[in-house]
Design a protein around this ligand. Structure first.
Ligand code: 0PR
Length: 350
């Protein structure tokens, strides 16, 4: 192992959903490196900080009395949400209905939990609620809506999805892992205050500017989390509802520090800056004759050719492709206008 290996810098990273942690988040992470919120009897301070994190996430998402915890990331939060839905349902043949653009963590969740995952087609990049309705039946335990899709940054019609879920007594889970820290500053209906949402994924380690790992699972009330509890005979606490055992106190502390510092004014400024950047980039690409999808949230997808995208990669730009082949730029907090200007200059060179 090289002693002085340096982490990747963010100067040309346009494809990541992680970002540079806010300085206060970095500092808090370092202070809490050796704490384990999985053992609240021993690590009391970080356990209290976790309650603060959940309260702050509740404020962002329209919940006055939130339940939840800081997970290892969106994947764990999505798995746990489906686990709640499966455990509380009364069926031997449970299924989950999600739009086709739901993140691949739902495929993992279905596999681990032995659930059938039914995916509904989208119309204009959002869940088609007629198609969702067609897949729902009496064995449906959860209907998923995505608020900020991974590939295009679009928001599903959450209120309609919640209604469909509740018609069959299934839970409604919203995946706002990426979009959750941008959406409070938009007029989308996406959170617990807008619709009968039961559980939500919202990750401080993405747009929240916390250190990795800090994902978020929220539930409308505590009783939903009871479905996750297992007994912990030799710990001071009597049960545990997280999927992992030892967890990152650094993630928890940095999430609290970032949200204390940035909610709401700092996150609002970030949203305004990132959305301006995304719109600017979309205009630049359209002016050069490309078809552009969005931006609905700060994420731009455009039909750049594969050789063009490859050339940009050669030049050090970290850009990724959607499943349909479009180049995708995620306007995270570290993505500045001057980065995008030099990206466009490289495009013009091509
Ligand atoms: N839900 C949504 C909507 C997501 O976009 C993601 C991750 C997840 C859930 C899962 O979250 P975790 O990765 O925290 O478990 N979206 C990104 C993706 O898969 C994750 C990512 C992050 C990719 C940083 C690259 C990267 O550099 O593309």
């Amino acid at each position: 192992m090289r002693q002085r290996a340096e982490p990747q810098d963010f100067e040309r990273v346009l494809s990541s959903m992680c970002t540079v942690p806010h300085p206060v988040a970095r500092q808090a992470a370092e202070r809490f490196l050796a704490t384990n919120p999985g053992d609240p009897g021993t690590y009391e301070t970080v356990a209290e900080l976790e309650d603060e994190a959940v309260d702050a996430l509740g404020e962002l998402t329209g919940l006055t009395d939130p339940a939840g915890y800081v997970a290892s990331g969106g994947t764990e939060a999505n798995i746990q949400a489906l686990r709640i839905a499966r455990n509380r349902a009364d069926t031997d043949d449970p299924n989950v209905v999600a739009p086709v653009h739901a993140h691949f963590s739902f495929t993992k969740a279905a596999d681990v939990l032995d659930l059938e995952l039914r995916t509904a087609p989208a119309t204009d990049y959002r869940a088609n609620t007629d198609a969702v309705a067609e897949l729902i039946d009496d064995d449906t335990v959860c209907v998923v809506g995505v608020a900020g899709s991974t590939e295009y940054g679009f928001v599903d019609p959450i209120p309609a999805i919640a209604e469909l879920a509740h018609d069959v007594d299934a839970l409604c889970h919203v995946d706002a892992a990426w979009g959750g820290f941008y959406l409070p500053f938009t007029d989308h209906s996406w959170h617990f205050g807008h619709a009968a949402v039961d559980t939500m994924t919202i990750d401080p380690h993405k747009v929240g500017q916390a250190a990795v790992p800090a994902g978020g699972l929220l539930a409308r009330d505590d009783s939903l989390l009871d479905d996750l509890a297992v007994e912990t005979p030799y710990l001071e606490s009597t049960s545990q509802l997280t999927l992992t055992g030892t967890r990152s106190g650094a993630g928890v502390a940095s999430a609290v520090a970032a949200m204390d510092e940035l909610w709401p004014a700092g996150y609002r400024e970030q949203y305004d800056r990132s959305m301006d950047n995304a719109e600017w980039l979309a205009d630049q690409l359209r002016a050069r004759g490309h078809d552009v999808v969005g931006p609905e949230l700060p994420l731009v997808a455009a039909d750049l050719s594969v050789p063009m995208t490859d050339e940009l990669r050669e030049r050090g730009w970290r850009v990724s492709k959607t499943g349909a082949g479009e180049m995708r730029v995620v306007c995270m907090p570290h993505v500045t206008r001057s980065m995008l200007r030099s990206f466009v200059a490289d495009l013009d060179w091509y």
